[in-house]
Design a protein around this ligand. Structure first.
Ligand code: DX5
Ligand code: ZN
Length: 217
């Protein structure tokens, strides 16, 4: 069954506890977007917010690090309560590092390790890491902002990654993030996505629980 990960970037920060409670019993993971203003042209939130959310969340925290040098912070996010941590291949490129360093570090901290890419990075660049990762995160918008329009080509990228996993006989989770809603959830699942991140389509909905259920159909 596909997992739904509401992104609290789209929550009401003045009522964060209420919004976490709204999805606790319906969603599978809680997605937490960390931005540094360097890897992406925006800032979001960090440890104090994460620690507050961890106190009320009853589902695993899925931390998406849109930051350069994620290796500096992976351990702290793991200690703050993350169950899954993804970081960008672009961050490893920028640092001149092999992304496997970040993967090993995350695993040694006891969290699931994910490698993310923006829509302009060829999906084939993920193929060498199929054996190493716990999951991949395919961005279906350019990382940095919630509420953007879903990029349709992402479906083909997910299908290509899934096909390669089947070819090599190692199937890992594929998470998709950006512009996800009930309108594209089925196509994404059919292409091979196993975790759907949804910000606006959950928290801006009148009935977040129904929005989550609508993506599981
Ligand atoms: C964008 C973030 C996403 C964002 C998704 O950089 O990584 O997780 O919160 O928001 P929606 O679902 O509104 O596109
Ligand atoms: Zn995200």
């Amino acid at each position: 069954m596909i997992k739904i990960a509401p992104s609290i970037l789209a929550a009401d920060f003045l009522h964060l506890e209420r919004d976490v409670m709204l999805v606790n019993d319906h969603a599978d993971l809680l997605h937490f977007d960390v931005m540094d203003g360097c890897l992406v042209p925006n800032l979001s939130f960090g440890f104090p917010v994460m620690e507050a959310v961890a106190k009320v969340a009853t589902i695993p925290l899925d931390v998406h690090l849109m930051i350069i040098n994620p290796d500096k912070y992976i351990e702290r996010f793991a200690k703050a309560g993350a169950s899954l941590i993804s970081f960008h291949l672009e961050a490893a490129d920028e640092a001149g590092k092999d992304v496997r360093e970040y993967i090993s570090l995350a695993k040694s901290c006891g969290v699931k390790a994910g490698v993310a890419i923006d829509p302009d990075v060829p999906v084939e660049r993920l193929f060498p890491y199929i054996e190493d990762v716990d999951f991949f995160l395919i961005m279906s918008v350019f990382a940095g902002f919630g509420g953007q329009k879903f990029i349709e080509e992402s479906i083909g990228r997910i299908a290509a990654l899934r096909k390669e996993m089947e070819r090599v006989g190692i199937v890992k989770d594929i998470e998709v993030d950006g512009g996800v809603s009930g309108a594209n959830a089925k196509a994404l699942a059919d292409a091979g996505a196993t975790m759907l991140v949804a910000g606006s389509s959950v928290f801006k909905a009148e009935d977040p629980a129904a929005a989550i259920a609508g993506m599981k159909l």
